[in-house]
Design a protein around this ligand. Sequence first.
Ligand code: ADP
Length: 446
Amino acid sequence: MPFRIATFLLASLLGGACAAAILGWHFAWLGAWLGAVVWLLLDAWRARRLLEVLRVDAAGLPSRGPGVWGELAERIRKLLRARELQTRQAEERLQEFLAAIQASPNGVVLLDEQGRIEWCNQTAAGQFGIDAERDLLQHLANLVRDPAFVAYLASWNYSRDVVIDAPSQARGHRSHSARLSVQVHPYAGNRRMLLTRDITSLEQAEAMRRDFVANVSHEIRTPLTVLAGFVETLQNLPLDAQERSRYLTLMGQQSHRMETLVNDLLTLSRLEGSVAPPPHRWTRIRALMAQCEDEGRGLSNRLSAQGHRLSFSMEADSEIAGAPTELQSAMSNLVSNAIRYTPGGGDIEVTWRLLPDGRGEFAVQDSGPGIAAEHIPRLTERFYRIDRSRSRETGGTGLGLAIVKHIAQRHGGELRIVSTVGKGSRFALVFPVTRLRQASAVSAVA
Ligand code: ADP
């Protein structure tokens, strides 16, 4: 401020001095007055220019000029630059935030006070079958017309979620509908945020768990009921020694059935919960085949007086890495199934060979009844049986192939099933090259 007064006085003094020098001392006051007016006009012009620049484009403010207007311009420029930086940072943070919500596996939709879509991420757009850009400012209730959802949205009671079928336009190539859980969270007055979650697999897993429990209960209840009946008979009826012994044998069979079922259930749960089979524990295929042969011949003799024509052969003397008991269980299971489902006198051929790509194949070919194509994809489901009575008669639990598939997968392998009704079936376990090697000289002698 003192500088401004000083320049003002200087301008009027200068004007006075110039007038005195040119026109004489009598005109000095006029010169001083003119100097002051010129100074004021110049000052007003600079203020106006600054105002115009500010009005049009604040970014174009001149860099520091002289006097108070220069300083003012400089300060405004600095202030604006700081604001710009803050805005840019806030914008970047907002973009990062939106990118994080975009990456979320859950859907997010923001609704304004009128229930119109303000923003939604791609997950929500996909789940609701809407277009994140085209449908902005549309009323969500007009786009998602499920009555339960519409009623929930209008209720303003969001203490729990609502579960709906995903709209058909969101189904895309999927033949069955997805299930969505939608929960609304009000915020900032009457605005609402919708969180959506695809719970299809969760519901499927829950249904599978329920089915599994129901199946296990059913499988155990049947022999238990039979057993209870026998116990009652033994308690209430006077039976001779021969009849008693027959009843006790039948009771033994039922308890054996329950024991087998519990053992298979335990095997499955062990397979699900245990660590991957060791990659460096080597077992000779020859030893596994020998055990299959012993068990297979014993089972064949027990099940049919005629027996089966069994053949076991190996095209390569290999060793396999993994858990020997699991591998034995998988292989024996396939041999046992072939024997149990092939009528006496039938042919069963068990082979081990290396495929052209180096993988190893353990295959069991039988001349049994064969399996219709529609059953094949379901055979490894727990408790899935085609011939229920044959399975029960021969001590089956309906869990055998589920266990085999599990073991194959744990060893990086797969179970292949090929079958023709009336001709027989071929069950093969194919193991990856990484789990195989040629039998070493030492183990080959053993
Ligand atoms: P199970 O204990 O009943 O044998 P599995 O899981 O081992 O259960 O097999 C499932 C079903 O697959 C069996 O119930 C049977 O109907 C069918 N199956 C398995 N192996 C054969 C086979 N070699 N020939 C014909 N059917 C078979």
